[in-house]
Design a protein around this ligand. Structure first.
Ligand SMILES: NC(=O)c1ccc[n+]([C@@H]2O[C@H](COP(=O)([O-])OP(=O)(O)OC[C@H]3O[C@@H](n4cnc5c(N)ncnc54)[C@H](O)[C@@H]3O)[C@@H](O)[C@H]2O)c1
Ligand SMILES: [Zn+2]
Length: 375
């Protein structure tokens, strides 16, 4: 599978691995002969998978260097970026030595930004290890770090040369990280249209039908390759049409205007996952769409019920509207006078909505239903 990400000659090659982790080493040797890659990995992932990944490289006479960063959103910071740059700078690096980003979306974004900027660009291979990174962040070429003012404010468009998908990684994910991935997976299905959403919902309802709420092991049973490929295809299609987010790609931000504000107020990385916040943002933005774009209100119930069955959180703690508004006002998608978010008249029919900044509160009214207010 290939996707075109402009400039035209820059392709990302997607590989679904069938023979386990050995294939990572084989493919790197094939695509980058005589190179010893630098594996920049999440500490937790390295702890779990170092032996299974390093062993096959050594067997092929390749000796990758490992550079680790602490797990969690905190690493996606200016300081985390500087530390990685300095560690990388001490290696014998050159413009064709590949960098492998091994980890979830945090690793992909952070290491991707390092690869984009070191020597004005070193070859990047993404090896996503979370559900969210498999269906979303590893493709599309957006890499970034957070600044004190908000998420992903310093970044670049820097597509990886290759992405290796190994679904085995999912087996060690915690439930919260699976839930986070399902947030973006729901988003893709809704953007794609009724057929995709209904298919996903049917799968969720039919899985372990004797249970009301799916547990971690059930989610792993539910997550077949087809579900991941279908979700990935939605992102791929939209990114191919608009690699630099001049138009349609902005639709992938569904749920993110309110979602990023929730993530910002609750504290990035403090137990609130990115995808979990996006799913809550999605409920609010679509609830606005019910009032203003004629989306059928039963769609909100269908999404919320699916989230509950997946074990996802549908309740936001008592957070201040003023703080949410401040985060929304620093959103990088906004224009001088308008907030921008994605609204929908129906599943599959999304459009970018511009709301005068002074009306931000109107959007937040639609989140109230899910906020637990102190009596
Ligand atoms: N660039 C993009 O287009 C894009 C799109 C969506 C999200 N993102 C970014 O992605 C980030 C969220 O990604 P994420 O949810 O993957 O977070 P993450 O990278 O922090 O991973 C979540 C947790 O899972 C652990 N982990 C990773 N792989 C594991 C495995 N196989 N087994 C056990 N534990 C594992 C990590 O150590 C971490 O604690 C956010 O920063 C978000 O902004 C970027
Ligand atoms: Zn996202």
């Amino acid at each position: 599978m290939k996707i075109v990400v402009a400039p035209k000659e820059q392709m990302t090659h997607l590989h679904f691995l069938q023979d386990g982790f050995e294939e990572i080493a084989q493919k790197v040797k094939y695509f980058y002969p005589n190179e010893h890659p630098i594996i920049m990995a999440d500490e937790r992932v390295a702890h779990l998978y170092y032996k299974s990944i390093q062993g096959p490289f050594l067997d092929l006479g390749i000796n990758p260097i490992w550079i680790l960063h602490p797990s969690g959103e905190g690493s996606k910071s200016i300081q985390g970026y500087q530390r990685l740059l300095e560690l990388l700078d001490r290696q014998d690096i050159h413009r064709r030595r590949p960098i492998i980003a091994l980890g979830g979306g945090v690793t992909g974004d952070l290491v991707g930004f390092v690869a984009a900027t070191m020597l004005r660009g070193m070859p990047l291979i993404q090896v996503p290890t979370t559900l969210l990174s498999m269906i979303d962040s590893s493709i599309g070429g957006k890499v970034a770090i957070n600044t004190p003012l908000g998420k992903n404010r310093a970044g670049a468009f820097y597509p990886p040369e290759h992405v290796f998908f190994a679904l085995e990684f999912l087996q060690t994910l915690e439930a919260a990280d699976l839930h986070s991935g399902f947030g973006e997976l729901l988003k893709h299905a809704i953007l794609d249209g009724e057929e995709h959403f209904a298919w996903l919902r049917r799968n969720v309802l039919n899985c372990c039908s004797e249970k009301t709420v799916l547990e971690r092991e059930d989610l792993l049973t539910l997550l077949q390759e087809e579900m991941i490929k279908k979700s990935l295809a939605v992102k791929q299609r939209i990114v191919e049409e608009d690699p630099f987010e001049k138009g349609r790609r902005a639709l992938l931000n569904l749920g993110h205007t309110v979602g990023h504000a929730i993530e910002g107020v609750l504290g990035m990385g403090k137990g609130w996952s990115h995808g979990g916040c996006v799913a809550l943002g999605l409920l609010a933005e679509l609830s606005w769409s019910v009032e203003h774009l004629g989306l059928c209100s039963s769609e909100i119930d269908r999404i919320e019920q699916t989230m509950i069955r997946l074990g996802m959180n549908t309740q936001v703690p008592n957070i201040s509207r003023a703080e949410l508004l401040a985060f929304m006002n620093s959103d990088k998608k906004r224009t001088v006078n308008h907030l921008r978010f994605v609204g929908m008249a129906d599943f599959g029919e999304a459009k970018v909505v511009e709301l005068p900044i002074q009306k931000g509160s109107e959007l937040l009214n639609h989140l109230e239903r899910w906020i637990i207010r102190a009596p």
